[in-house]
Design a protein around this ligand. Sequence first.
Ligand SMILES: [Zn+2]
Length: 455
Amino acid sequence: MNAGTTILADIHTLVPMTGQRTQPAAPLHDAAIIVQGCEITWVGTMAQLPDVDTPRERISLRNHIVLPGLVNTHHHLYQTLTRAIAQDSELFDWLKTLYPLWMKMDPDAVYVSALTGMAELILSGCTTASDHLYLYPNGSRIDDEIRAAQEIGLRFHATRGSMSLGESEGGLPPDKATEDEGVILRDTQRAIEVYHDSRRYAMLRIAAAPCSPFSVTADLMRESAALARHYGVMLHTHLAETRDEEAFCVATFGKRPLDYAESVNWVGKDVWYAHGVHFRGPDIDRMAAQGCGIAHCPSSNMRLASGIAPVRLMLDRGLNVGLGVDGSASNDSSHMLGEARQALLLQRIQNGASRFSAYDALWIATRGGAAVLGRDDIGRIAPGFAADMIAVDLNRLEYAGALHDPMAAMVLCAPQGVDFSMVNGRILVRNAVLQTIDIARIIERHNAVSQAILH
Ligand SMILES: [Zn+2]
């Protein structure tokens, strides 16, 4: 499917994201990219473009800005079914309202909601996404969302989530939302053995992902870490999201969240945490020294009033930070460019207007996310990287007056959808239309499933 050569030509502004974190590489103007199969093989100006024998396709991106595809490091795609619920609640009450609704899902609900959330991600600039699925009611499996990723063409890191600590044992979720720990570990092993691809340019990877300190046991955390390390896959969980979670950790384990994580072997370069809102300076130094990653989810943190993650400090101390739209029920969107803008605005509230630039926001959305997911083959536009790219037409109402700095327009102006997207050399979006699924049909199916769950 990906054989042959594609030329992306006449690019107005190309932001390659190949520089250092604190020092952007200069954008290229009137640029071109050559893609062979799933890989970028050449980047330069139109004047330097070499002759290519019988390219499969030559695409003109005149008047477009081109960036590496954005990387979403934390999500719960199934939550697209339950948006705008528990509108005025903080995390624990929000979860307690939603658990019973989510328990009505079945395999089709997981599949349709994944397609819906992925379509929204792709159309807002995402080319690689991680998803954290931690409920498996009525026979649903992680396979249901993996099928959606394969159909739509998104590069996907499926994390086999889990809950095992029910209300009767001091956890937050209802007992019937939890699974037996033996079942969890066996199914995680199965998902790794069936699906995990560790090779360069892999389209599908698996991670082990017990949900949170208040929904799994310390034993499951330890066993999951051992399993993941046996297979060389990554580990993901929620940590330091809210003050309630911190109080739970202190009351239950006698430790703050990072100390607890360390006590169950959950620190290292193969671990990334969602949120990290309440990490302090010494925590950040420890995580940076160990190579951990953080999925920063600003919209969710604001929506649930969880707090402001110290992202500026994390970056300054050398911690890997990526961006996450988090669950679509706490955002209530899956808009990646919108999330990058939220990160910029929120860090400015915390640190001052000069302390978080448009480049910083795009860095965490691309290079930062790639590092958090343990990938050195995505997140920049350069030879030897995966052909994952997005383009936005600059000739639009929302960018009028900002064309002197198209890169800044992407996050300072109102968030836009992409006009073009390529993942692994395959074109997923042309002229702002998703090529791989019929969105109108999916929205109709999704709304029918959602209505059935809500009533
Ligand atoms: Zn989450």
